[in-house]
Design a protein around this ligand. Sequence first.
Ligand SMILES: Cc1cc2nc3c(=O)[nH]c(=O)nc-3n(C[C@H](O)[C@H](O)[C@H](O)COP(=O)(O)OP(=O)(O)OC[C@H]3O[C@@H](n4cnc5c(N)ncnc54)[C@H](O)[C@@H]3O)c2cc1C
Length: 105
Amino acid sequence: MAAKAFEKQGMKLLTGATVKSLDKKKSGVTATIEKGGKSEKITAERVIMAVGIVGNVENLGLEGTKVKVDRAHIETDEWGATGEKGIWAIGDVAGAPVAGAQGLP
Ligand SMILES: Cc1cc2nc3c(=O)[nH]c(=O)nc-3n(C[C@H](O)[C@H](O)[C@H](O)COP(=O)(O)OP(=O)(O)OC[C@H]3O[C@@H](n4cnc5c(N)ncnc54)[C@H](O)[C@@H]3O)c2cc1C
């Protein structure tokens, strides 16, 4: 659904592709992309990077506990406490904000 919406806006989606290099010039950025053993160059005005966070919540032995998992993240209160007494979760597994930000005063 998201892919269709992006394509409607004129975006070209490349999945299973790896960005091998970025060459920044005044006119834009040329990305060398490898996909299926083939290499291609795409030049764009800008490059942005966005990654999602998916917690590794499987096989942690949470079954049968009061720890709640919502969309691959462990639900906690503002102190990192889960629904199960004595079990805490911080960092990426607890979802945004990311761990780096949580470590800051
Ligand atoms: C490319 C990139 C750039 C980033 N840049 C920044 C930045 O500039 N500033 C910033 O604040 N954050 C940044 N982040 C995010 C930051 O790296 C993470 O938020 C942070 O590393 C999360 O720490 P964590 O300890 O929660 O998880 P992780 O660092 O992922 O550590 C989890 C550990 O648990 C282990 N593990 C997983 N499952 C199990 C299991 N079942 N049993 C036992 N061990 C397990 C993993 O092997 C891993 O060692 C960036 C992330 C990426 C990918």
